[in-house]
Design a protein around this ligand. Structure first.
Ligand code: SF4
Length: 350
């Protein structure tokens, strides 16, 4: 059975919250791909990574890490919209086999799921973690050890889920872990609600950006994304900056992603996500060979049942329509799973 993110969250909940690292099996310790040399390693060797840690932490004083720019003094315990203080909280860490194929490979994507979120969608499928803040408080040193452990057990990358509000901790932990041997690519798995000015701190640290582009219209973003009416503008600026930093998706000889931009877009019922506009925007602003995952997995969760337009799954026609737009606008690097689903749906219609 293919493990989806939903299964991943459910299994973690079933296990009573954070998975214990000591419970994870050890396998594939002798990894050839540990020869990979990550972007953050080059930055550390140039003597610049420590500066980035300081720069990132200074953003917590009057927090401006995301477009909400709450100004909360998180270093002194204040909380902004995301309800995060200066304390780092992690819900779970484990190899994940439900991400994009080039992130999963054989060893899995080394997922670290951070508690809380700066966007807080009404249809959030991870709401116990992102809205309710389930998780355990840890130190940056512990986060570094988690990264090292995921490397040791054979994961192909460190997949940082919902990282925006804890970016300073991540940068610090990466520096600690690098000195202890971390060599895996970092995957910045974000909602896309980012400030491009803050992303510049990550230039030369992150190897793979994995942003969502959720909505293209301000009014829909206002309604469904925690009143973030500037989401379309902010996410578009952010994705352009991500592409400037890491370029197109690249994989090694085994097909494992090592660098680049991978965009996710979730097709929503009744066209509320603006999928046609999203595809057109990509085709007009990025190379047509940009990696795009047009996702079919939407299901209503959390407060979605209060919104009639999104209280159902999408249907076959809505997904096929989205894939036809991708053809129409000439996108050439669609996620293999999205192509597989398209074929499946087309057969169903015959
Ligand atoms: S990260 Fe949190 S506190 Fe900081 S600006 Fe964003 S929502 Fe506000």
């Amino acid at each position: 059975m293919k493990l989806t993110r939903r299964h991943f969250i459910k299994s973690s909940l079933f296990l009573g919250g954070s998975l214990l690292l000591s419970d994870l099996p050890l396998y594939a310790e002798n990894r050839k791909d540990l020869q990979w040399y990550p972007a953050y390693g080059k930055l550390e060797q140039a003597g610049k990574l420590a500066q980035r840690v300081d720069q990132a932490y200074s953003s917590l004083k009057e927090c401006e890490l995301c477009p909400r720019q709450c100004g909360a003094d998180r270093l002194n315990g204040e909380q902004g919209f995301c309800e995060a203080s200066a304390k780092l909280m992690v819900y779970s860490t484990q190899p994940h086999f439900g991400e994009e194929m080039s992130l999963v490979g054989q060893g899995g994507s080394g997922t670290i799921f951070f508690s809380k979120c700066n966007l807080r969608c009404v249809f959030c499928q991870n709401w116990p973690i992102s809205h309710k803040g389930y998780g355990k408080e840890i130190r940056d040193d512990d986060l570094a050890e988690m990264m090292l452990h995921l490397q040791k057990i054979g994961c192909h990358n460190i997949n940082l889920v919902t990282p925006t509000h804890v970016m300073p901790h991540i940068v610090n932990a990466v520096r600690i872990a690098f000195k202890k041997g971390l060599r895996l690519p970092l995957v910045y798995n974000t909602s896309g609600y980012e400030r491009f000015e803050i992303l510049k701190i990550l230039d030369g640290i992150v190897d793979i950006y994995l942003p969502d582009m959720k909505f293209m219209d301000a009014d829909q973003a206002e309604k469904y994304l925690g009143e973030a009416s500037d989401y379309p503008e902010m996410s578009q600026q952010a994705v352009l900056e991500m592409h400037r930093q890491v370029g197109l998706h690249r994989a090694d000889s085994r097909g494992i992603a090592v660098r680049g931009l991978m965009i996710r877009h979730l097709v929503m019922p009744n066209r509320v996500a603006g999928t046609d506009k999203f595809i057109r925007w990509v085709s007009e602003n990025l190379p047509k060979s940009t990696y795009v995952n047009i996702m079919h997995q939407y299901y209503p969760d959390y407060e979605a049942f209060d919104y009639p337009d999104i209280w159902r799954r999408i249907n076959v026609n809505e997904y096929l329509e989205a894939m036809r737009w991708a053809d129409q606008y000439g996108l050439t690097n669609l996620d293999p799973d999205s192509i597989r689903i398209r074929k499946l749906y087309e057969k169903q219609k015959l």
